[in-house]
Design a protein around this ligand. Structure first.
Ligand SMILES: C[S@@+](CC[C@H](N)C(=O)[O-])C[C@H]1O[C@@H](n2cnc3c(N)ncnc32)[C@H](O)[C@@H]1O
Length: 231
């Protein structure tokens, strides 16, 4: 994981929520379906949230499920601090464990019932490392535990992908001049890959038959069950 990615989140943590506020309707829609994906979880579920950022997914899940506990794994201290502040305001600190670092530095403990990685694995640009990213999550889940993962995905080489990308840039108000640079970033700092390639990475990462449950523009989301014992 390039440290400059984390430094970028450190630098922009204070303004992160405001910067992405225009995308809130997409996040709300993703969250709505995610709630149903996680419906089979028990009332006392323990959820691992990798790349928790400023806490968007945890705050929404915590509100709907008062018995759930959360472990937030986040390498950027400033992003985690923003989340901690919001968790205090909402009175859910006692249900959260805040871990500043990557998943490999989280102490081993009881297996989690479910995990989220929302808009995180796209920053792991090497495909082999991305498989390891998911395998590390799979190892922290109980057998059959649920993963929900979302990433920017697009087959940028296909005609349909190119057209979708233009719609995405329009929605994000990316100027015509900035689009070539944005495309270069999507091929380097952020690994935007075809959705089918993500299906394979999730399976190779230890999850059974991923289901694509959401798409809005470039944001795609999958759920899958941990299947390490089945191998
Ligand atoms: C785009 S933000 C998404 C945050 C939050 N999940 C959300 O949807 O609002 C990505 C977050 O993942 C973190 N991150 C990047 N690479 C990571 C990795 N390998 N493991 C854990 N977190 C990572 C970043 O520091 C950043 O806070």
């Amino acid at each position: 994981m390039p440290q400059d990615t984390i430094a970028m989140f450190d630098e922009h943590a204070a303004t992160y929520d405001q910067t992405w506020s225009a995308m809130a309707p997409l996040r709300d829609a993703l969250q709505l379906v995610l709630d149903s994906v996680f419906a089979p979880l028990p009332d006392d579920a323990h959820v691992l949230c990798v790349g928790a950022g400023t806490g968007a997914e945890i705050l929404a899940l915590a509100e709907h499920h008062p018995g759930w506990r959360f472990t937030a794994v986040e390498p950027s201290g400033p992003m985690l601090d923003v989340f901690r502040g919001k968790a205090r305001t909402l009175g859910i600190v006692s249900r959260c464990l805040f871990h500043q670092g990557f998943l490999d530095s989280l102490a081993e403990g009881q297996a989690f019932d479910a995990a989220t990685a929302i808009l995180v694995s796209q920053f792991v640009t090497d495909s082999a490392q991305r498989r390891v990213f998911f395998r590390d999550i799979a190892h922290r889940l109980r057998p059959g535990g649920l993963l929900a993962s979302a990433d920017l995905a697009c087959d940028m080489g296909s005609e349909a992908g190119k057209r979708l990308l233009e719609v995405w840039f329009d929605m994000m108000s990316v100027s015509a001049q900035a689009r070539e640079r944005a495309k270069a970033i999507y091929g380097s700092q952020v690994a935007v890959m075809p959705p089918e390639a993500m299906d394979d990475i999730l399976q190779e990462g230890g999850f059974d038959r991923p289901v694509r449950f959401f798409q809005s523009g470039l944001i795609h989301a999958w759920f899958a069950r941990q299947a390490l014992d089945a191998r």
